[in-house]
Design a protein around this ligand. Sequence first.
Ligand SMILES: C[S@@+](CC[C@H](N)C(=O)[O-])C[C@H]1O[C@@H](n2cnc3c(N)ncnc32)[C@H](O)[C@@H]1O
Length: 294
Amino acid sequence: MTASNRRSNRVNDLDLSNWQQYDDLLTDSLWLLDARDSSGAHQAGYHGNFIPQIPNQLLRRFTKAGDVVLDPFAGSGTTAIEANRLGRRYIGVELSPTVAVQAEQHIRQDRMVLFDNGAAPGPNLDASPFDEQPIIVGDSSSDAVAREVQKRLDGMGKSGVQFLIMHPPYHNIINFSSDPADLSNCPDVEHFLERFLEVYRSLSEFLEPGRHLAVVIGDIYQNSEWVPLQSLLTARMLESKKLRLKSIIVKNMVNNRAKRNQEHLWRYRALANGFYIFKHEYIVLFQKLGRRRS
Ligand SMILES: C[S@@+](CC[C@H](N)C(=O)[O-])C[C@H]1O[C@@H](n2cnc3c(N)ncnc32)[C@H](O)[C@@H]1O
């Protein structure tokens, strides 16, 4: 195939003239994923981390090699590892210094495993001193973090980021720390939504128009009521008039061992109290509106 026959898309590296080769790329809005990818340094150990297949699928569809991915709730570094493997640049933000250090260890470990297996480094590996410590420690809604993101982009010679992935706490279902800036410590749902929007408003400024933003979020159950966090957040984000809603993906949740042990109890509660047990979460995909800079 000659270069001129190759049909491509502005936001990824897929060869659309040969689209049948990508049979592992999901295109349906229902994602039924079985086992967690546990290759390299990926681990299920961090309570609340998502499975690596989520960032892998999204980065392959919505970024190109060398693009910058911004991850304001970096956690254990799942997205960073996938970004590295795919040759994308990465900037993460994590409130907890301990969690950020552990994430950077995972990222280094994963690179070592890749090199041991003879994999070629992606274009971003060792390209900038920031790639060695890609996680900014701080509150993602703060001006200090926004300034640091800008500094890192300047250091990479980039004017913006090409993908924003947001995986916040699902309000208070997991308590990540005692820090008042932690979104899992918001006293109620309204505060949680407002704090999330602060992060979105501050960091979406770095996203290039025409590029994509994904929010990974689940609904919660509080005071005998289903609270549709995903719908509430999606509606509030669209009020900004800066985004186009592209997809709402429903992804299955596979219970870990601790939850499996409690399954009978939950089934009894569901039958007794008239509700259904959560087995899914959402990936909400938006595109930023506005003119692209040429
Ligand atoms: C659901 S976890 C993200 C997990 C991540 N996707 C992974 O796979 O490891 C949410 C993370 O957001 C962090 N966090 C909470 N509030 C924050 C804030 N204001 N700024 C930055 N990080 C915050 C928590 O410490 C937690 O690690």
